[in-house]
Design a protein around this ligand. Structure first.
Ligand SMILES: C[S@@+](CC[C@H](N)C(=O)[O-])C[C@H]1O[C@@H](n2cnc3c(N)ncnc32)[C@H](O)[C@@H]1O
Length: 349
C-alpha cells in the first residue's frame, strides 16, 4: 500500500469490509464511494495479482486524492468521476461487469468535512454549499433561502429526525437570506438552545446535506443497480452512518433475500418475487471499541453484506465458432469474464 501521501481520512471497518467482500486474487471490484481510497487500496492489495477495481466518486477533489494514493496501481484501477446513481451506465461505458464485489461506504469523508470551503461543517465558517459535486445545481444555500417553510420543516424532520424542525424552519424563513454555516448554526442554537454535548445544529446540517445530494434516493437506486452487476456469488457490502440509510440497506437486503414478499397472512403467494441475495451477516456489523477509540468518526458505522445467489440472465442465442473467435479477438477479453460477456452481448443484441 502506498502511504507517501497519507490521506487524512481513515477507512472505517476496513478488515470487516474486506472480509465481507471476500476479496480474492484476480477479482473485479467496484468501490462506489472512493473517497481517500483507503478501502480501494486494501481491495487492490488483496486482489493482487490480477485484481481490477473501478472506483467512483462524485467529488472531483476526492478523485484527485485517490489518484495520488493509488499511483502504484495505475494498471489495475480505473477511477471515474460520477454519481453512483449512474452505476450501471458507468459500468456499461467502461465494460466493467459482472464483478465479484461492490462496496458503498456512504456519506462524506474527513477530507470533505475538514475542508473549510465545502460548507459541510459548522465548525468552520463557509458558504452554505454541501454539494459532493460542483456539477450539482442545488446547494444548501438554495434550499435554505428558497424552500417554503413547510418544505424546510419536512426536510429537517425527515432527514435530520429533528423534533424541533417546525421551529427551526420558521426561524430560518424569518431570518433569510442566510449565507454561511456559522450564520445558520448560531440561528439554530438561538432557536432551540444547547443541551448535552451534541451541537444543536448537527441534525439540521445532516438533513440539508442529505437533501442537497439526494442521498437516500441515490442509494435506493444504486443498490438495485448493484445487484444486477454482480456475478454469481458476488458480494454487496454497504457501510452506513445514520439510521435512515441503514434502514434502506437493511430493508433492501431483507427483501431481496426472500422468495415471497406478499403481505403477511396472504394465503398463497401472488408476488412472484424470487430471492436474488443471501445475507452474509444476519446481525449488523459495528466497529470494535478499539476502532471507535482510535477513530471516533467510526462510532455510528454499520456494515451489512449480502451475496448474489442468482446467475446473470442467460442468453438463448447460438453463435458459430468464427463469430465467437472474432468477438474474443476484437474485444481483448480474458477468460473469467468471457462467457458472461458473450452472454451479455448476445442477450442485449
Ligand atoms: C465515507 S467517504 C468514502 C471513504 C473511502 N471509503 C476511503 O476509504 O477513503 C464517502 C465518499 O463517497 C462520495 N459519495 C457520496 N455520495 C456519492 C454518490 N452518490 N456518488 C458518488 N460518490 C459519492 C463522497 O464524495 C465521499 O468521497
Amino acid at each position: 500500500m502506498n502511504n507517501k501521501s497519507a490521506p487524512s481520512h481513515t477507512p472505517v471497518l476496513l478488515p470487516e469490509a474486506i472480509e465481507a467482500l471476500a476479496v480474492q486474487p484476480g477479482g473485479r471490484y467496484i468501490d462506489c464511494t472512493l473517497g481517500g481510497a483507503g478501502h480501494a487500496a486494501a481491495i487492490l492489495d488483496k486482489s493482487s495479482p490480477g485484481g481490477q477495481l473501478l472506483g467512483i466518486d462524485a467529488d472531483p477533489k476526492a478523485l484527485e486524492a485517490a489518484r495520488k494514493r493509488l499511483q502504484n496501481y495505475k494498471d489495475s484501477a480505473l477511477l471515474v468521476n460520477g454519481n453512483f446513481a449512474d452505476l450501471q451506465a458507468i459500468c456499461l461505458k467502461y465494460d466493467f461487469f459482472p464483478v465479484h464485489g461492490i462496496l458503498f461506504d456512504l456519506g462524506l469523508s474527513s477530507l470533505q468535512l475538514n475542508n473549510a470551503g465545502r460548507g459541510f461543517s459548522f465548525q468552520q465558517d463557509a458558504p452554505l454549499d454541501m454539494r459532493f459535486s460542483p456539477d450539482q445545481k442545488v446547494s444548501a444555500a438554495d434550499i435554505v433561502n428558497t424552500a417554503s417553510e413547510a418544505k424546510l420543516a419536512s426536510i429537517i424532520r425527515t432527514y435530520g429526525e429533528e423534533s424541533h424542525s417546525s421551529r427551526i424552519a420558521r426561524h430560518i424563513v424569518g431570518e433569510r437570506p442566510l449565507k454561511t454555516t456559522r450564520q445558520l448554526a448560531s440561528l439554530i442554537e438561538k432557536t432551540i438552545g444547547r443541551r448535552g454535548r451534541i451541537h444543536p445544529a448537527t441534525r439540521t446540517f445532516q438533513a440539508l446535506r442529505i437533501a442537497v445530494n439526494r442521498e437516500l434516493e441515490n442509494l435506493e437506486s444504486a443498490l438495485r443497480q448493484a445487484v444486477d452487476l454482480l456475478g454469481y456469488e458476488g458480494r454487496l457490502v454497504v457501510i452506513s452512518y445514520h439510521s435512515l440509510e441503514d434502514r434502506i440497506v437493511k430493508q433492501f437486503m431483507r427483501t431481496e433475500s426472500r422468495d415471497c414478499i406478499c403481505p403477511p397472512h396472504t394465503p398463497t403467494c401472488i408476488c412472484g418475487h424470487t430471492a436474488s441475495l443471501r445475507l452474509i451477516n444476519k446481525k449488523v456489523i459495528t466497529p470494535l471499541a478499539t476502532e471507535i477509540k482510535s477513530n471516533p468518526r467510526s462510532r455510528s458505522a454499520r456494515l451489512r453484506a449480502a451475496e448474489r445467489i442468482t446467475e446473470q440472465e442467460d442468453c438463448c442465442e447460438v453463435i458459430d465458432e468464427p463469430a465467437f473467435s472474432t468477438i474474443i479477438k476484437t474485444r481483448g477479453w480474458r477468460k473469467p469474464v468471457l462467457l458472461q460477456k458473450v452472454r451479455t452481448v448476445f442477450f442485449a443484441a
